[in-house]
Design a protein around this ligand. Sequence first.
Ligand code: AMP
Length: 416
Amino acid sequence: MAEFRAPPGTHDVLPPESSRWERLVALFARRAGRAGYALVVSPVFEELAVFSRVGEETDVVRKEMYDFLDKGGRRLALRPEGTASVVRAFVQHRPLVPFKAWYAAPSFRYERPQAGRYRQHHQLGVEVLGTEDPELDVEVVTLAWATCRDIGLGGVILLLNSLGDDACRPAYLQTLTAYLAERGDELCDAHRERAAVNPLRVLDCKREPCTNATADAPRLLDHLCEPCRDHFGRVTAGLAALDVPFALAPRLVRGLDYYTRTTFELQSTALDAAQNALGGGGRYGRLVEALGGPATPGIGFGLGVERILLAADHEGVFAAPASTVAVWVVDTTGGAEATALAHLLREAGISCDRSFDGRSMRAQMKSADRAGARLAVIVGPSEVAAGTVTLKDLATGEQEEIGREDVAKLVEERLR
Ligand code: AMP
């Protein structure tokens, strides 16, 4: 056994699995780019306060953060989620609004490792700062939804809720707190004491005592003020107009504290309840101010890469490609010919690889097979003498000798 292993809750992503990551990120980047979002790369660690301002009452920040003192005595933390870092960067650099950003980045949470739950996971996300327009909510939710659809997931449910705003939420919280106070004894151990501190979190609890006790709890959707009700109406109408199916989820409050109005989650029907969240997000009204910027509305989401790929496995979609390269260059003259031919093909935009270490013809052909190559370009002493190469179709076994100067053109044709 190896002396060192990846730390608990982390994992290496090796080929061919890594090719799925590459495709997923590329697909997301393309989709976000088409909608005017640009890549933002921010540090993997920030001052601890950046994250603690965001979610003082959340488990992610209270219990699961990887925080540490650096050698200069700064209190830092590894990013537990994507939003706070992008908002911190926005406040620091003040780009023009609306500011539309996408990211693909690792997040760190000291959770109990289990299937689909890691200490380092990866998120694809977007954040938009600077507009309150509900049409943007429609755009953002649709982007998350369509990303899941792009990779072929069928069993995805979009849950939608509104958390109201500073005008209507306080009164609702009082109503909810009173309701929970009467049922304090019935709540789960974790929430019996915290219900008064953060009553919304009780609605989010998946444990049976809490779900039973809150089955008839007052719904925030029934207590929205008129502007919040209008906003939510525009969002649901917009999604319906784009044929994005959704279900209202009055209990959906999500993990972090700063959400206002639209909040949403994508769940996979192919995964167990403990790990079925593929991603989620929503509007945040006060976060920019909390990090020292001017009052600026924002909205965003994070999709979990590992979860999406897990759901894809369960649904049997988005498999890793069987081949790594289209062409294998086989050289029985020592290897320098393969270097030249591979270079020539790669310069022409054709994916190809070759063997090293002067392996036998048989071994090289075996490697071609293992790589899933469709064609072999074979060069031996007689081809070198004649200025030709042999082109072999690895599926049919057919082969032809062609002029070396035509190799890129003909390979391209045969691959078409
Ligand atoms: P959250 O910020 O908690 O809403 O997380 C956004 C998404 O990231 C979730 O819906 C999951 O898909 C994924 N995610 C969150 N925590 C983990 C974790 N510990 N391991 C794997 N994926 C996670």
